[in-house]
Design a protein around this ligand. Structure first.
Ligand SMILES: NC(=O)c1ccc[n+]([C@@H]2O[C@H](COP(=O)([O-])OP(=O)(O)OC[C@H]3O[C@@H](n4cnc5c(N)ncnc54)[C@H](OP(=O)(O)O)[C@@H]3O)[C@@H](O)[C@H]2O)c1
Length: 235
């Protein structure tokens, strides 16, 4: 990755997103944060005036591609290197409809055109992946989610399916990282792999997500490119 990595951050206004923005900025990256409610970024633009640009925009509606393309011109001297998305449902309702997978389908051609190097997108451990091991605890958790918030679960699984099976993501170095419970707390040790790996737990701290994503971008590693790992705190 170049010295000045420019990262497009999506879903940056939730608690995990705010921590991720700060971690990326403190590590010297430039961040364009595209959000429907940028006021939630608080004083980040004051603290990092040269490297943080919040952009107001929707992930639905007729102008998404145009709005996003404009946002990506925020640092004209530093082309977009990576996209990090922590978009996910934060208003939970039984019959809600969620726009995330459709949004990714719309922006992938834009990202391809901009020759973005790495795309990292959050999904859920409700998505079964070859390599996962069966566990009763996970099955019960997935059952519960399916009953309580079926459309949110379907949507987060659809995100993983879009990247794994659609031609839209072809030629892009994508990673869909799956999470279980998302909690507050210290970064801890973060593991990436498959459900049921030794020491893996059912949750990850928000600081753990931020650190893992930033490490992954900086490492330039291809280990998880084109894959759907589960990330969690390792006990
Ligand atoms: N808490 C858990 O146990 C758990 C479990 C599994 C997965 N997750 C996922 O993990 C991620 C981080 O969780 P968190 O609790 O730190 O943050 P969060 O509050 O769930 O953050 C969700 C982010 O997505 C954005 N968003 C949601 N719906 C949107 C829409 N229709 N249009 C545009 N933006 C939208 C939110 O924007 P606004 O700020 O404008 O609302 C926010 O930036 C989330 O994606 C969450 O769904 C959480």
């Amino acid at each position: 990755m170049p010295d000045h990595t420019t990262v497009l951050l999506l879903g940056g206004t939730g608690p995990a997103g705010l921590i991720t923005a700060r971690v990326l900025l403190e590590r010297g990256h430039r961040v364009v944060a595209y959000a429907r409610n940028p006021v939630k970024f608080g004083d980040l633009a004051v603290t990092f005036p040269a490297t943080f640009i919040p952009v107001q925009g929707s992930i639905e509606g007729p102008t998404v591609e145009h709005d996003l393309s404009s946002a990506l011109l925020s640092f004209p001297d530093s082309p977009l290197s990576a996209v990090v998305s922590l978009l996910g449902p934060n208003t939970i309702s039984w019959g809600g409809s969620y726009p995330f997978a459709a949004f990714y389908a719309r922006i992938l051609p834009v990202l391809k055109e901009k020759a973005v190097k790495r795309v990292m997108v959050l999904s859920t451990f409700s998505k079964w992946v070859d390599g996962d091991q069966f566990s009763l605890g996970r099955s019960l958790a997935v059952f519960l989610v399916t009953v309580v918030v079926p459309s949110a679960k379907k949507e987060m699984v659809a995100i993983a399916d879009l990247f794994a099976t659609s031609n839209l993501a072809k030629d892009i170095e994508w990673t869909v990282f799956r999470v279980g419970g998302v909690v507050d707390g210290d970064k801890g040790t973060v593991g990436a792999g498959y459900l049921g790996s030794p020491g893996f737990t059912w949750s990850i701290t928000r600081t753990g997500i931020a650190a893992w994503v930033a490490d992954e971008i900086e490492s330039g590693s291809s280990e998880w490119v084109g894959k759907v790992p589960y990330i969690c705190n390792v006990g």
